[in-house]
Design a protein. Structure first.
Length: 209
């Protein structure tokens, strides 16, 4: 099956994002642009999660839909931590199979001291490796993708992340991590991995760019 999907975007609850990023507007822009599948974005934020649970309708094939547009439960998490005496900053995309798992992820993040009422893109002080391990322990159907890998400050291969490879970032969890961005096809470490690239839309017009 071939379809158009945007699995990295944000809601109005993420910092530096448009206040027009509400569910009804996201659906309208998806339909206008021919996008068939969207990430919910920012499922860690309590107010946004309440809106998602109140508006997304389960389908017979265990999916979620709103006014004809399908959704997958996704969010972005910022890992800021020390490793090897150096500061590390990495953004990860996280996808969950059910709302039950979403609530378990939120509880885990709160246990780790993450504040979920502010930014829809919360910060957690554990390593990318440890976060992946914790998510898979909650449910092995969770998926993790390094976000916008080339951007300087929070991309896994960005100049400020202090990582030179996926294995250095994720250690023994690297086999469970997918890769973001078509541009890294020339990197031998991604051989055999699914490559994805999304808009990281902070406003409605940028969906699917």
């Amino acid at each position: 099956m071939v379809f158009t999907a945007v699995l990295h975007l944000h809601s109005r609850y993420a910092y530096a994002c448009s206040k027009d990023l509400i569910l009804t507007n996201m659906v309208l822009w998806a339909m206008t642009k021919g996008i068939e599948l969207l990430s919910t974005a920012d499922f860690t934020h309590p107010a946004w999660l309440s809106e998602l649970e109140g508006n997304l309708v389960p389908t017979e094939d265990d999916g979620l839909v709103c006014d004809g547009v399908r959704f997958v439960l996704g969010s972005e998490i910022s890992c800021v931590y020390k490793q090897g005496l150096r500061s590390r900053r990495v953004h990860l995309l996280v996808y969950a199979p059910t709302f039950k798992v979403v609530h378990q992820i939120r509880q885990e993040l709160e246990n780790l001291g993450s504040k979920l009422n502010g930014d829809g893109r919360p910060t957690v002080g554990v390593s990318a490796r440890d976060l992946v391990a914790r998510l898979l322990e909650i449910d092995d159907e969770c998926m993790v993708v390094p976000a916008h890998v080339w951007t300087p400050w929070y991309g896994m291969l960005g100049s400020k992340s202090e990582f030179d490879s996926l294995d250095e970032c994720f250690g023994d969890m690297a086999p469970y991590v997918q890769r973001d961005c078509q541009a890294i096809l020339g990197v031998s470490a991604v051989a055999g991995k699914t490559i994805v690239s999304f808009s990281d839309a902070h406003s409605l017009p940028n969906m699917g760019r």
